[in-house]
Write a protein that binds this ligand. Structure first.
Ligand SMILES: C[S@@+](CC[C@H](N)C(=O)[O-])C[C@H]1O[C@@H](n2cnc3c(N)ncnc32)[C@H](O)[C@@H]1O
Length: 341
């Protein structure tokens, strides 16, 4: 075994020990325990927020359970369940209106509890070898990101929204992107901590994407890798990305497991995964609105997102109503040029 391989094996063994200490023998149970402990602490410091989180979770699960059911199936649900749902909704709207808790607050609090508890385990999993299927599904994303990064200048910046344990850093390194070019933003402090520890050359910021100011700079690429559907309002998150994008810059939305996988997650846990990945039509409407703050237009350059295969969408921001370095954009056209479906 080479010296390098020996070092990697010994590092991996140390990480495994660390995992055992944090989660115990059963990572799933250990994670649930960590979430439950964090919820109890939050209940002491902010009981109304925890109440709103619980009500929101139950409401979303109830809504999902009665969506699209037949009249016959609906008639079999006891009336008391409907009354309970109505009481829950009334209490939730009191918390929202009288106590200044927004539904985004309760969503974000759930995200923080969940991802803080998962951070070490995710970092450990991603430090190992990814499956061939995921690696293959990620290739078009990494190629697109790197081609955008080197399009005009060598010192371009990329923002990785919902950066998690920083998986993009080693992957992009293989495509020539330096760690120092990458800024990861994540709402979970545990995630940015493990990411910073594993990838010291990159910058990781703990912040809600919706309030992040770019630390005074703009980005050439803003990427949402497996994260857009976790944000409370995906379209608002894309608008925010446009605000932080240079002229000619691109937004890249990617999920190696595809839209159907996210649909399944949404059905299973609508409180944690409240949104689907945007459809072709959603993105067309979004791009049609352009950048309301400036003269820039948005082009949906690529969409490969229907079905079970990996999801990849690329939106490019062009200066001056459609003439950017991506070529002519004819807004009269029904479909943008170069669109792949
Ligand atoms: C499914 S994980 C994906 C992590 C990483 N991109 C990856 O591919 O491994 C989603 C991440 O989005 C983060 N997140 C959720 N809401 C966020 C928000 N409002 N602002 C920033 N990050 C957020 C979560 O903390 C979590 O780390």
């Amino acid at each position: 075994m080479s010296k390098r391989n020996k070092k990697e094996t010994s590092n991996r063994a140390k990480q495994a020990q660390r995992m055992l200490k944090i989660y115990g023998q059963d990572v799933e149970k250990g994670t649930e325990q960590r979430i439950s402990n964090a919820r109890k602490s939050l209940e002491i410091s902010d009981p109304l927020l925890v109440e709103a989180m619980g009500l929101r979770r139950d409401k979303l699960r109830w809504d999902a359970s009665i969506a699209n059911i037949s009249v016959l199936a609906e008639s079999r649900i006891p009336q008391s369940s409907f009354s309970q749902a109505a009481r829950r909704e009334a209490r939730l709207s009191i918390l929202l209106s009288d106590h200044g808790i927004t539904s985004q607050d309760s969503h974000n609090a759930g995200q923080i509890l969940t991802w803080d508890a998962n951070a070490e385990a995710r970092a450990f999993r991603q430090g190992g070898k990814m499956s061939d299927a995921v690696t293959a599904a990620l290739e078009p994303t990494l190629e697109t990101v790197s081609s955008k990064m080197f399009k005009e200048k060598s010192v371009s910046r990329i923002c990785d929204v919902g950066s998690g344990a920083g998986v993009l850093v080693p992957l992009l390194k293989e495509y020539g992107v330096g760690a120092e070019q990458i800024v990861g933003v994540d709402i979970s402090n545990e995630m940015t901590m493990v990411a910073g520890r594993a990838h010291p050359g990159a910058t990781f910021v703990t912040a809600d994407w919706m309030t992040y100011d770019g630390d005074g700079g703009l980005f050439d690429v803003v990427v949402f890798l497996m994260s857009l559907h976790d944000l409370a309002e995906p379209i608002a998150a894309l608008t925010k990305a446009v605000d932080l994008l240079c002229d000619g810059g691109s937004i890249i939305i990617s999920h190696p497991k595809g839209a159907e996988h996210v649909e399944m997650q949404n059905r299973r846990a609508p409180d944690l995964v409240p949104n689907l990945l945007p459809s072709f039509e959603d993105l067309e409407v979004f791009c049609g609105q352009g950048d309301s703050e400036s003269e820039r237009s948005l082009e949906l350059e690529c969409f490969e997102g229907d079905g079970a295969a990996g999801y990849l969408a690329v939106i490019t921001c062009c200066r001056g109503g459609g003439e950017g370095d991506m070529g002519e954009v004819n807004q009269e056209q029904e479909e943008p040029t170069g669109l792949e479906r």
